[in-house]
Write a protein that binds this ligand. Structure first.
Ligand code: PMP
Length: 406
């Protein structure tokens, strides 16, 4: 009998391949709390890598709310929402989120990822059509894969192309029968997570309305960032009542963990019966829910945090451009610093780290092969001095690696 070789041996080959193409990134391990300064690999560095836009991950009011919830309700919820895992806290958070967003109802999920996959698979099927922006987030792509609905992809932010797809879908209906689609759902990120550009939502909504389609916007990076008190892209563009489904996350500017779907009572009720992450995965522990609830109140009570976020963003972005860097199409605190190939991006990030700045490279397959970049996010918690230090490091390394002339 011959010894059987390791059936998983191909994993080592795949890893070797990734390493040889500079596409393997080891995990950086943080031994401190999240914040503008973090401890990574035994070093204190300025972090430009978190999604903690407003510094809420370590806000005293959120910490206190989490501690009180642990004391009162314990560490875990113990069940999925539909069995015994719905606590008054969960319902309170959903009511507050609905009030905050100005919608009939919201339903929370364990993450923004779960919210996107959950809602798309639950409400669309083979009678429907999903029309999606080419650069939508992975969780939207996976949600579409889990749905039986056919899908069409329009080039990134191209409203004219979207309009054509919608006109054709409305005119011809479903391919087999010619019957009208039950639902045509246009899905877009509100803010695109790699380029930091804002979706052309007014044009998307007009195109959808002209052809009887509904719109879903994923506001992961707009929640807490765009709109009054961080109400999101629908508020930013004053499109209240014209976007049927809003997804938000509680994991980024809100500072904790989770996602939610905001819309009508019917949408809420159907999701409680059909959305698989809701039905089959345990609900948030009390500390998470209580901290999210407190975060909504902080957004309303402390608008200076959003003002500071945008002030820091404008300064950091304009200084990077003045130094000679290409920051792409960004309009938000997500500021990519374009590097081109993945080897340059990796080398740049490593040199920045040596200079005390933690900013991660983003490479293929997250972005196209020739669009590797350093992705930066400044937060409300960064001081002017920290931003100046980070900019000096970018300037130094940019010259060293020949990306900046002179
Ligand atoms: N949508 C977008 C656009 C995102 O960037 C992310 C997070 N990277 C998500 C959804 C998922 O959110 P969460 O981290 O809460 O799962």
């Amino acid at each position: 009998m011959t010894a059987r070789s390791d059936p998983l041996a191909f994993l080592a080959d795949e890893l070797a391949d990734l390493r040889s193409r500079h596409l393997y990134r080891p995990l950086r391990v943080m031994s401190s709390a999240q914040g503008p300064i973090v401890s990574v690999d035994e070093r204190r560095v300025i972090s430009l890598s978190s999604n903690d836009y407003l510094g809420l991950t370590h806000h005293p009011r959120l910490r206190q709310a989490a501690l009180r919830a642990v004391e009162r309700y314990g560490a875990g919820s113990g069940a999925v929402r539909t069995i015994a895992g719905t606590m008054t806290l969960h319902e309170e958070l959903e009511a507050e989120l609905a009030r905050f967003k100005g919608v009939e109802a919201t339903l929370t999920f364990q993450s923004g990822f779960a919210a996107n996959t959950g809602v798309l698979a639950a409400i669309t099927g083979d009678l429907d059509l999903i029309v999606s922006d080419a650069l939508n987030h992975a969780s939207i792509i996976d949600g579409m894969r889990l749905s039986k609905a056919p899908r069409k992809i329009y080039p990134h932010a191209d409203v004219a192309a979207l309009r054509e797809i919608l006109a054709e879908a409305e005119e011809h209906g479903r391919p087999e029968s010619g019957e009208p689609y039950r639902l045509i759902l246009v899905v877009t990120d509100g803010v695109f997570s790699m380029d930091g550009d804002i979706a052309p939502l007014p044009g998307i909504v007009e195109a959808a309305e002209a052809h009887g389609a509904a719109v879903m916007v994923d506001d992961a990076h707009a929640s807490g960032v765009l709109g009054q008190n961080g109400r999101g892209s629908v508020d930013h563009f004053k499109l209240h009542g014209r976007v049927a489904i809003q997804v938000g996350t509680l994991s980024k500017a809100v500072g904790v963990l989770g996602g939610y779907v905001a819309g009508s009572h019917d949408l809420h009720d159907l999701l409680t019966q059909r959305a698989r992450p809701f039905l089959f995965s345990t609900s948030h522990p009390p500390a998470v829910v209580a901290a999210c609830l407190e975060a909504i109140h902080v957004l309303e009570d402390e608008p200076h945090l959003i003002d500071r976020l945008w002030k820091n963003t404008r300064r950091f972005k304009s200084e990077l451009v003045r130094l000679g860097f290409d920051t792409g199409a960004s309009e938000t605190p997500i500021t990519p610093v374009m590097m081109g190939d993945s080897a340059t991006a990796a080398a740049f990030s490593d040199r920045l780290f040596a200079e005390g700045v933690f900013a991660q490279p983003i490479v293929y397959p997250t972005v196209a092969l020739d669009k590797a970049r350093i992705r930066t996010i400044v937060t409300a918690a960064h001081t002017d001095r920290q931003l100046d230090q980070a900019l000096s490091a970018f300037d130094l390394v940019g010259h060293e690696l020949g990306l900046l002339a002179g």
